[in-house]
Design a protein around this ligand. Structure first.
Ligand SMILES: C[S@@+](CC[C@H](N)C(=O)[O-])C[C@H]1O[C@@H](n2cnc3c(N)ncnc32)[C@H](O)[C@@H]1O
Length: 379
């Protein structure tokens, strides 16, 4: 086996960012860069209704086919490398979804997909063919719990769709897509961690990913006490320890600002203790800035551009509206005065109350590059 045989060593490598060292160095020098990845929301509506959804609101926008094409061509010409169809709603509901995936892939982009999986029984073929990764948000791992969390009645369709993708990927030369199941679980689901692992293992997905949901940052009411969250993380860990199959199990140890505050008030450092790992609530709190934001941008289904996935659909954080008829191209908005103003606010984390720290790891690299590089001579 060579190093590159294992998807853990390649696709899921913690060093993946190193391929973009040029951009990190520019950001550390205070220069601007075009994004590596664009999150493109094809629609702003969803057929599920999760109570803690990070998308602040669902509406009725759907991007016109021709606009998507123009945008993809422009993004290609600017050197953007990956397109993620993920949020703002449920992208697979777009009437031209399969065709758009095909076009995106044919233009040479890497394609990432996050979906609730409800349309997989119809779309598994184009998805399996074109995506580098597919993450299916299941959350409730049983028919009843899925219905309760997603307020939908399609658990069996989701599972059948995942099974079809796995079957289609069976041939040895088909490395992609990496397929994972994600479980955002609150305390009400604590007894179902084992079921979630069993589901992933039975379906033979590459990984399952557990995380407690974000609440306050997404404008949602917290359903758990700090103690319950600790119990939940312990249950994730226990499940992971007890599992000895091939699938990977990931746990997100992210802690909210409210939670960090709780530990500070009790005289405990939020950075100490079993579940308070380094960086778990963001280097941005230490440095007071976010410099990595340009690496990713969001285009929502109403053609607005946002500088962070946590700011999606928060009007005052929009950097502009794409309109090819009026010459408002991605490039023009990127270099606009409006974006400069918004980036100043991002640099000084005026957006911190919405922040779930998606850029923390990259900010750590940039901050390191900005620091005087003592001991450079040693490895
Ligand atoms: C908002 S959804 C949009 C895409 C698609 N509709 C889906 O369900 O995957 C994107 C991802 O965010 C996750 N998510 C939603 N609300 C969350 C929250 N409050 N905390 C953490 N993850 C959340 C979902 O489980 C899903 O994996």
């Amino acid at each position: 086996m060579t190093f590159g045989d294992s998807f853990e060593n390649v696709e899921l490598s913690p060093y993946k960012w190193a391929t973009h060292m040029d951009k990190f160095e520019k950001l550390a020098r205070g220069e601007d860069v075009f994004p590596v990845t664009v999150e493109l929301d094809l629609v702003s509506y969803c057929n599920h209704d999760c109570g803690w959804c990070v998308d602040p609101k669902h509406m009725s926008h759907s991007l016109e086919r021709e606009f998507v094409s123009k945008l993809l061509h422009e993004l290609k010409s600017l050197g953007i490398e990956g397109i993620v169809f993920k949020g703002g709603g449920e992208g697979t509901l777009h009437p031209s979804y399969a065709e758009i995936l095909e076009e995106t892939k044919n233009l040479g982009f890497d394609v990432g997909i996050v979906t609730n999986g409800s349309k997989l029984p119809e779309l598994y073929e184009p998805i399996t063919k074109n995506a580098s990764y597919v993450r299916v948000s299941i959350d409730g791992p049983t028919l009843e719990s899925h219905r309760r969390i997603h307020k939908s009645n399609d658990f069996n369709d989701v599972v059948a769709g995942v099974r079809k993708m796995i079957q289609l990927r069976e041939s040895p030369e088909q490395r992609h897509p990496i397929i994972g199941l994600s479980f955002a679980m609150d305390y009400s689901l604590i007894d179902l961690v084992g079921e979630a692992i069993k589901l992933g293992d039975t379906l033979r997905v590459n990984y399952v990913f557990f995380r407690p949901p974000f609440f306050e940052e997404a404008g949602r009411k917290n359903t758990m006490t700090v103690g319950q969250k600790r119990e939940l993380l312990a249950a994730f860990e226990k499940g992971k320890k007890a599992y000895n199959g091939e699938m990977k199990i990931f746990i997100d140890y992210w802690i909210s600002d409210g939670e960090a505050e709780h530990f500070v008030l009790r005289g405990e450092s939020p950075r100490r203790g079993k579940y308070m790992q380094k960086g778990a609530n963001g280097i941005e709190h230490i440095t007071g800035r976010c410099l990595a934001s340009p690496l990713l941008v969001v285009v929502t289904a109403d053609k607005k551009m946002y500088p962070c996935c946590n700011l999606r659909f928060i009007e005052e954080w929009s950097i502009g509206t794409l309109d090819y008829e009026r010459g408002n191209t991605f490039e023009r908005i990127w270099h606009s005065e409006k974006r400069r103003e918004i980036m100043e606010k991002i640099h000084s984390i005026k957006c911190i109350r919405f922040c779930t720290h998606p850029m923390s790891k990259y900010n750590e690299v940039i901050e390191y590059l900005r620091s005087p590089q003592h001991h450079r001579g040693f490895v």
